[in-house]
Design a protein around this ligand. Structure first.
Ligand code: DX5
Ligand code: ZN
Length: 220
């Protein structure tokens, strides 16, 4: 099981004054994906990374860009983030009028599709689309900021989703995002998550030893 776990460090916790070298360091340290948190100051109370920034860091690594869109309405921006170099595009169902249409828009760009659930968002929002998508991103904090406390109540939802995916023999990844640390990462894995996002733990623990932090999250 452990070797199937992927680590997706969130560059929201990187030093933006040297974002390029931070991305290169993450690749060297063994990151599987690069998680890019896109916020619009409207869907969530924070503003972060636009497509121009992604375009600039795209040539620096071949790692999968795991782009988490926290913007509403989301449809108008899918092409921009796709052209900028996203590989996986994840959106929140609350940020679109028509989830099926947004999934289709991402597909048309030949990108992997993720749907994200906030801590209080129910599985019903995603259930009927599981056949059409590649990934469900379970938020374990309210979206908006890094460095928040993990909400263990989302583990039940993660388990239920995992059972559903297994029963229906689907090929859908479960990614978990928010407050992941060296202790709770094992709970998340046991609940069925196979991709762990982490910002603060990877960039701040052990004096920012990226390799050690990525490996510890993978192994714990
Ligand atoms: C929150 C973001 C997360 C966050 C993770 O809205 O989606 O990706 O930056 O950071 P930590 O691991 O510090 O909670
Ligand atoms: Zn995120």
């Amino acid at each position: 099981m452990t070797n199937l776990i992927k680590i997706s460090p969130s560059i929201l916790s990187a030093d933006f004054s040297k974002l390029g070298s931070e991305v290169i360091s993450l690749e060297k340290a063994g990151a599987d994906y690069i998680h890019i948190d896109v916020m619009d100051g409207h869907f969530v109370p924070n503003l972060t990374i636009g497509p121009e920034v992604i375009k600039k860091i795209r040539p620096l690594t071949k790692k999968i860009f795991d782009v988490h869109l926290m913007i509403s309405p989301v449809d108008d921006f899918i092409k921009d983030y796709s052209d900028a170099g996203a590989d996986i595009i994840t959106f929140h169902p609350e940020a679109t009028k028509d989830t099926a249409k947004t999934i289709e828009l991402i597909r048309k760009q030949n990108k992997k599709v993720g749907v994200s659930l906030k801590p209080k968002s129910e599985l019903d929002l995603v259930k009927k689309y599981l056949k059409e998508i590649d990934l469900v991103l379970i938020m374990s904090v309210e979206p908006g900021f890094s460095g928040q406390k993990f909400m263990p109540e989302v583990l039940e939802k993660t388990k239920e989703l995992n059972n559903m995916i297994k029963e229906r023999k689907l090929n859908v990844d479960i990614e978990i995002d928010g407050g992941i640390n060296f202790e709770n990462c094992s709970l998340a894995k046991r609940a069925g998550a196979n991709i762990l996002v982490s910002g603060s733990t990877i960039f701040k623990e052990n004096n920012g030893d990226l390799r050690k932090n990525i490996e510890t999250l993978r192994k714990n």
